[in-house]
Write a protein that binds this ligand. Sequence first.
Ligand code: IMP
Length: 376
Amino acid sequence: MKENIAVIGCAFGDEAKARCVHWMAKDFRFVVRFGGSLNAGHTIYHDGKKIVRHMIPSADFSVGNKAFLGSGMVLDIPQLLKEVIECEKQFPGSAKNIYVDPDAFIITQEHIEEDANKNKHIGSTGKGVGPAYKDKIGRTGIRLQSLIDSGDYFIKSLQDKGVQFKSCIELCDEFDMTNGVIFEGSQAIMLDISFGTYPFVTSGETGLAGIINSGFAKYMPKRIYGIVKAYSTRVGNGPFATEIDDSEEIANYIRAQGKEYGASTGRPRRIGWLDLPSIKYAAEKAAITDLIVTKLDVLDGFNEIYVCDQYLDGYPRTSSDIINAKPFYHVMPGWKNSKSIEQTKDFRELIEQTTRIPISHISCGVNEEDIITLRD
Ligand code: IMP
């Protein structure tokens, strides 16, 4: 049986996880999204075309992938219908390869209004995600199951398009799982409800607990890839130790080069230098086995690059240590062309030495051929 894998963000989200998942997905049968909702904006590039998904996993339908929206998600059903229609246009026949666990919970109009009224100070995307999870935990939520045979217009429309409401147990009976599962994280560990910079976090579980709650726990991943961007970004409010606040010019340049605007909300992302102590913390919380460093090309041409490899108070042991962190920077020479791997060797070595986790791949552009495998 093929080894199942997971792809998890190690910072504040937007680490370019989706393009890695889309690239790796062709070796697997199921791409399982386990948490969050349309607060995520997952950008993939397929045959040079940019595609943004929010709830549907980054499956590659052109190679017969099946996409599973797990029980740990909260779903906005009218928006899911829109996304399925869009996906059908891009990949005709894809809807019948989309499965939704009836144990997921739904987002209602009241949840969206509550988010707008009460969660602005967090910098919430305002999609109703937090209030939907709050109701789930408070035992007043609405399970998708209760809508399935109710004649609900949106559910019926999804079914008419071919979307199937089935649990992991039914799917495992129906399909040979030899080709395994890739679990796709949304958001990231520093936004996790338990491990992140609370209360400036999302309300879902972005690491292993989320994977277990997908319903696919029987297929737990053996390798867990942690995605790390060559610099840091954060969208929304909350602590950000390595935020670049002394040079608007550098921050604006990185934002423009990296197209660092929220894929769900269009908000400009805050920009910072790579924060290795927090990556190390996230990697330990999520049991990361391999790192993938993305968007190195955005820093091509810098004479100097700053990397935080220590906090003045030592390595973080708790999320409070990250909230209160005072970064200490290692200044290193930059590179001209990240695709020439010799040029980024020192940068990669610093990441591996600090985190004690090997880098398996780097990505230096938006297309598949820009992903370089360093070790299998
Ligand atoms: P909410 O989950 O929409 O309530 O947002 C809570 C916090 O998480 C806010 O700071 C958002 O900007 C952030 N957030 C939620 N989803 C994402 C994401 O997919 N990428 C980056 N930040 C996110």
